[in-house]
Design a protein around this ligand. Structure first.
Ligand code: CTP
Ligand code: MG
Length: 236
């Protein structure tokens, strides 16, 4: 297979929101379907692997099977789920994009930017500047103000040369790394990660307030669900 495999991790429990969020409706379709459609419509993406809770893999929802997506079971941590997706991806893929289903508003432009970054250095992620003053706190009291310069907020999708990220996840499963994103595996290994411009609309749904904001952005017409795309090359 030419091009990139997209791995969408959707095996979390949504504890901070109070329920698993991947199937919650947003603008008439499930949250997970937003990013599936965006990756399916991107010309550089040759296949999509969706990582689901193990008990849901045998019977994925119709719209997932209909859009030529392959499903595989996730693990207890995000790292394990991403590792499972990377293992399930086509061995012939040149690049692997790893994306959180919790970010439904991923755009084609961000996918372009991380793929361009990964082809320069082997790995890339979108970053937004930190705009708030950051405090370190302990027991309800401020301990310190953290210098803001040089801090950034990491987003997904993150893009990697396939060989590189396969090796890093294989090692992480041996060491039991609990890295909270995939770029962190590169950092631990001393592998350069290129920073590309993040997208302020590519928000992550973590809490009820995030979900309310996402719903409001859609209901107000500011953001629209992507049309269903076809994965280049047909069903996998
Ligand atoms: N994820 C996963 N497997 C896990 C944990 C997380 O595939 N064992 C996925 C989630 O489905 C989500 C992404 O990783 O798309 C980012 O994780 P997060 O926002 O933390 O989602 P949850 O783990 O579901 O939420 P919470 O931490 O509140 O339980
Ligand atoms: Mg989590």
């Amino acid at each position: 297979m030419k091009g990139a495999s997209a791995v969408i991790v959707a095996a979390g429990k949504g504890e901070r929101l109070g329920s698993a969020k991947q199937y919650l409706p947003l603008g008439g379709i499930p949250i997970l379907q937003w990013s599936v459609r965006t990756f399916a419509g991107h010309p550089g993406v040759g296949e999509i692997v969706v990582v689901l809770p193990a008990e849901q893999v045998a019977e994925p929802p119709d719209w997932l099977t209909a859009s030529s997506v392959r499903c595989c079971p996730g693990g207890k941590t995000r790292r394990e789920s991403a590792g499972a997706g990377v293992l399930a991806a086509d061995p012939g893929a040149e690049f692997i994009l790893i994306h959180d289903a919790a970010r439904p508003f991923v755009s084609s432009a961000v996918i372009d930017r991380v793929l361009a970054g990964a082809s320069r250095s082997g790995a890339a992620l979108p970053v937004l500047p930190v705009v708030d003053t950051i405090k370190r706190t302990e027991g309800g009291l401020v301990v310190d103000t953290v210098a803001r310069s040089g801090l950034g907020r990491a987003q997904t999708p993150q893009a990697f040369e396939a060989r590189l990220i396969r090796g890093l996840h294989a090692r992480a499963s041996e060491t039991g790394s609990i890295a909270s994103d995939d770029a962190a595996l590169c950092e631990e290994a001393g592998q350069a990660v290129t920073v590309v411009e993040g997208d302020p609309w590519n928000l992550k749904i973590t809490t009820r307030a995030d979900l309310d904001l996402a719903n409001w952005l859609v209901e107000s017409g500011r953001l629209r669900a992507p049309l269903s795309g076809n994965v280049a090359g047909g069903p996998v």
